[in-house]
Design a protein around this ligand. Structure first.
Ligand SMILES: *[C@@H]1O[C@H](CO)[C@@H](O)[C@H](O)[C@H]1NC(C)=O
Ligand SMILES: *[C@@H]1O[C@H](CO)[C@@H](O)[C@H](O)[C@H]1NC(C)=O
Ligand SMILES: *[C@@H]1O[C@H](CO)[C@@H](O)[C@H](O)[C@H]1NC(C)=O
Ligand SMILES: *[C@@H]1O[C@H](CO)[C@@H](O)[C@H](O)[C@H]1NC(C)=O
Ligand SMILES: *[C@@H]1O[C@H](CO)[C@@H](O)[C@H](O)[C@H]1NC(C)=O
Length: 452
């Protein structure tokens, strides 16, 4: 055989090999009921309402995730400062309580304050959208004579609103895009073609928190044992609960979803979110506190599934509604006082990290959360002069925080871990290593026996 034929043959074999391996990745389109033999932590978790790691309820922490959807502006910064930066409130492990912001409306965001938020380290930043519009319905605040038509988002618009936005934010904060791992669809909307999940998976997001589960069974459940609630789970297999906005019907392997549970008001009406209009949210701080407590109790009395408190920033900042923030504050104080052992106020990413390696309450106390973190928020006291945020309004600039946020060597390792995990999960590493080895072997054989 002439050597040019041989070369051609090797090339074709090589292409064929790569083609076969990359096309053998799991297809998006088939979704099956969850099979717990094929779905194991840390990469996969079924939506079967059981507690991860087989922990007993009394040994399982109750996570509470306070979320604020909106831009970082003066109002939200003051709220964050009040609840999270004041060093008034501490989790049972002695670390300051933490929370998550789902950023949207870039135009209303004060970039200098955004950097300050990052500096504190106990607020996770996640993505909603660059604009303040919605993907499928017209949710714009319009002037009376504004007749501009609404156009539902096509895929390129969604890319702009999520991926390009994430890049902009990363640049601002001096971080890599992959430091932003979470997403929530504007207005909790799910597109029919499930586009946002395709984008999230393609761009290696870790979790989505858009789905709202309908799991209220009995009115005034607290006389009885409430039924178990859904824990966060991966989207490899079908969900076994009803989603109020329509569920995913395709498989998104490895992408986590942190479902929000339907709230109920004190008269038994369903509320999709905390402040939704179809239910009656009490107007005094004591009653608002009771309403929050009532909804948390359902989690505490069933299987401790994480309690997600998603607030919209404009709702919290409406005029004459100070009772909302005051009620929330009462809630935090009450919970930390009476559940000083088992309740943790955490960021969304902490919940996923915990689920990958579930541990009991005793171990949690050893500052577990701050140890597994990308950024350590507890081992090191971060001292920030809280009075200097005025400079953010005077056009003053503070230095780039890159050095500050990335200086821990442990953090760098974790960052690498987070970034490389999807590669290993999708077997690309395996196939390229196998491909490389066979290439070397084939070249060796060719060289040894066919060249003379
Ligand atoms: C729920 O799923 C997990 C893994 O995803 C599995 O370990 C557990 O056995 C399942 N529980 C039930 C009741 O099927
Ligand atoms: C999307 O982003 C690009 C660059 O950031 C911009 O040129 C383009 O006009 C944007 N498209 C839309 C629909 O906003
Ligand atoms: C985000 O919004 C801002 C302000 O409206 C705009 O200037 C910018 O181009 C947008 N970025 C992207 C990626 O669409
Ligand atoms: C609330 O939602 C649950 C679950 O979907 C449903 O069974 C119940 O009828 C609803 N209650 C009201 C008052 O609409
Ligand atoms: C991280 O850095 C500190 C000093 O900055 C050093 O003492 C420690 O050994 C380092 N840890 C690792 C895992 O390299």
């Amino acid at each position: 055989m002439s050597s040019s034929w041989m070369r051609m043959f090797i090339l074709i074999a090589f292409i064929y090999f790569f083609d076969c391996c990359f096309s053998s990745e799991k297809s998006y389109s088939d979704i099956e009921p969850c099979d717990s033999n094929r779905c194991r932590l840390p990469y996969c978790y079924c939506s079967n309402q059981s507690i991860p790691g087989g922990l007993a309820i009394r040994d399982t922490p109750q996570f509470i995730a306070i979320n604020i959807n909106g831009p970082v502006n003066k109002n939200t910064y003051n709220l964050l400062k009040y609840l999270f930066f004041s060093k008034k409130y501490f989790n049972p492990d002695g670390c300051p309580i933490s929370g998550t912001m789902f950023l949207k409306s870039h135009i209303d965001t004060n970039e200098c304050l955004l950097r300050k938020v990052l500096q504190h380290g106990n607020i996770e930043l996640s993505i909603t959208s660059n604009s303040s519009e919605c993907p499928t319905v017209d949710c714009r605040f319009k002037e009376k004579n504004d007749r501009s038509p609404y156009v539902p988002w096509r895929s390129y618009r969604l890319y702009n609103e999520t991926i390009d936005y994430r890049r902009t934010l990363a640049k601002l904060a001096g971080l890599h895009s992959s430091s932003f791992v979470g997403y929530r669809s504007p207005n909790y909307e799910v597109n029919k073609n499930q586009l946002h999940w395709h984008i999230l998976r393609e761009h290696k997001f870790l979790y989505d928190s858009t789905l709202i589960t309908q799991e209220w069974d009995i009115r005034f459940y607290n006389q009885q044992q409430p039924s178990p609630l859904t824990w966060p789970h991966t989207m490899d297999f079908a969900a076994n609960y009803e989603c109020s906005q329509g569920c995913y019907t395709q498989s998104f392997p490895g992408l986590w979803t942190i479902p929000i549970h339907l709230y109920q008001d004190l008269q038994g009406r369903n509320c999709t979110t905390i402040g939704s209009e179809n239910c009656r949210v009490p107007r005094q701080k004591e009653n608002f506190f009771k309403y929050l407590k009532y909804n948390l109790n359902r989690h505490l009395h069933s299987n401790h599934a994480p309690f997600i408190m998603a607030f919209d920033n404009y709702w919290l900042n409406e005029p004459y509604t100070l009772w909302r923030v005051e009620g929330l504050q009462l809630f935090i104080e009450h919970i930390l006082r009476y559940h000083s052992n088992d309740v943790y106020f955490v960021r969304m990413i902490d919940i996923i990290n915990w689920m990958k390696q579930p541990i009991g309450l005793e171990q949690m106390k050893e500052k577990y959360l701050s140890n597994i973190d990308v950024k350590s928020i507890c081992n090191e006291q971060i001292n920030i002069d809280d009075d200097d945020e005025e400079e953010c309004f005077n056009g003053g600039q503070i230095q780039n925080l890159k050095s500050n946020t990335l200086k821990h060597n442990v953090s760098l390792f974790n960052l690498f871990d987070t970034m490389s995990e999807p590669l290993f999960r999708s077997n690309i590493v395996l196939y390229s290593t196998a491909g490389f080895c066979s290439f070397v072997i084939v070249t060796f054989i060719y060289d040894r026996f066919f060249m003379s």
